[in-house]
Design a protein around this ligand. Structure first.
Ligand code: NI
Length: 434
């Protein structure tokens, strides 16, 4: 199939030529050209009508089934929120809940221009199934947690068994759109002995790693008190970081931690909304970028955000750093968009993605600029970073196929998803007496 998207303002995210006015040709799932071409014969032509076309957004850290816990527990710190409110309800989640919660997440993400996401949760063969059905790209991992120090039990560990089953069943599924990674949830939900076992298993598989690191000051202080080192140093001492690693949050990295991130080329998934809402703090991403670390952007779960809207994250990623550093040049509009696209693709290990140029993957979005808040605009990069809203996304393409066209999601039965989510929300409400 050959597709021509004509008459577009194209944000390529290619540093050599970030903005081009013209057309994009797509052959199957690959971009054939960007700009103008005389010898491209399209089977279908889409008129972008002067709207903005840019790479699809990459949500580099989320827990998609947590859409079912949206606005369930708010105005609490991470420890109270997670251990006293969220985990008790999560313990009751069935495979069906995970499936529909993941579909709800995919629906919300596609509607807001997200083409790929990194998802950490449990029972997530169902998330993988949902992602395959949605047509999105996804990196999926079973969050491993263990408070047992008996190494003899590790091989029989139920969570690890689930992680390996997920890997064997879904790594490379959905025509290669699904990647299964390994995951240690965090240092405060694991023992060093178990972390070593996780690192060895990850190296044996050659799988990517997705972790939470230094999300709160308390996490750091307790880790240093208990082990005499930071979470990053503890992970390293347990044998982590030999494979591609995506570390969420990183609000409190020490100078030594930053050196480890540089040495091992660890990516950071910045989650500004979640860090603000749980009062965890503000990650110094401007510094991380200057240090040469690959900084991506994520929403975290919908229970701590409370949506999966990358436009809000882009907005905050740029604005927070300017305000905190009293420097308007800190995290520019272009850098914020890069975090949400190119850097995200890199964090997830998706090659030739997050950039619109010949030979790259045809993962892109069309943003409708015929809106009051986008009228007029001068610089399309600024318009997306500072003015655009998620609902302005008109169409979404992954691997050359439209998942949403003219606001209509084509891959999902949205009525069924809505029905299940409302029913489940009602059941949770009844059970907790909220
Ligand atoms: Ni998280």
């Amino acid at each position: 199939m050959t597709t021509l998207i004509k008459n577009a303002v194209i944000i390529t995210m290619d540093d050599e030529k970030p903005v081009i006015k013209g057309d994009i040709g797509i052959t199957d799932d690959i971009i054939a050209f960007v700009g103008k071409s005389k010898d491209f014969t399209p089977e279908r032509t889409i008129n972008a009508n002067g709207n903005i076309v840019m790479p699809g957004l990459v949500n580099s850290h989320t827990h998609s089934p947590m859409t079912l816990l949206r606005c369930y527990a708010d105005d609490l710190n991470l420890q109270d929120w997670l251990f006293n409110k969220i985990m008790p309800v999560e313990d009751t989640f069935t495979q069906e809940d995970i499936y529909w919660g993941s579909l709800l997440g995919c629906w919300e993400m596609i509607s807001g221009g997200i083409t790929a996401f990194a998802d950490m949760y449990f029972l997530n063969k169902k998330t993988a199934q949902a992602a395959v059905e949605s047509g999105m790209r996804a990196n999926i991992c079973r969050a491993l947690q263990c408070f047992d120090e008996t190494t003899a039990n590790f091989e029989k560990d139920e969570r690890m068994r689930e992680a390996l089953e997920l890997y064997n069943m879904y790594n490379g599924a959905g025509e290669g759109r699904i990647t299964v990674e390994m995951s240690a949830h965090a240092v405060y939900t694991n023992t060093p002995e178990y972390l070593m076992f996780v690192a060895q298993t990850t190296d044996r598989l050659g799988a990517g790693m997705h972790v939470h690191i230094s999300e709160t000051r308390r996490e750091n202080e307790e880790c240093i008190k208990k082990y005499g080192m930071t979470p990053t140093a503890l992970f390293k001492s347990c044998g982590f970081f030999n494979t591609r690693t995506n570390a969420a949050h990183c609000v409190y990295l020490s100078d030594e931690d930053i050196n480890i991130f540089k040495e091992y080329k660890i990516s950071i998934a910045n989650n500004p909304t979640s860090n603000l809402k749980l009062a965890s703090g503000i990650a110094p991403t401007g510094r991380y970028i200057r240090e040469g670390i690959n900084v991506a952007l994520g929403t975290d779960g919908a229970a701590s955000n409370n949506n999966l809207n990358m436009f809000e994250e882009i907005h905050l990623a740029a604005l927070l750093q300017k305000g905190v550093n009293e420097n308007p040049e800190e995290v520019t509009a272009y850098e914020a968009l890069k975090m949400a696209s190119t850097n995200g693709a890199k964090a997830l290990g998706i090659e030739k993605c997050g950039i619109l140029k010949k030979g790259c993957r045809a993962d892109l979005i069309i943003i409708d600029t015929d809106k009051p808040h986008l009228t007029p605009y001068y610089n399309p990069v600024s318009a997306v970073a500072y003015s655009a809203q998620a609902a302005d996304v008109d169409s979404v393409m992954v691997a050359g196929k439209f998942l949403m066209e003219k606001r209509e999601v084509k891959t999902l039965d949205t009525e069924k998803i809505k029905h299940y989510a409302k029913k489940k929300g009602g059941a949770i409400n009844a059970a907790c007496g909220c």
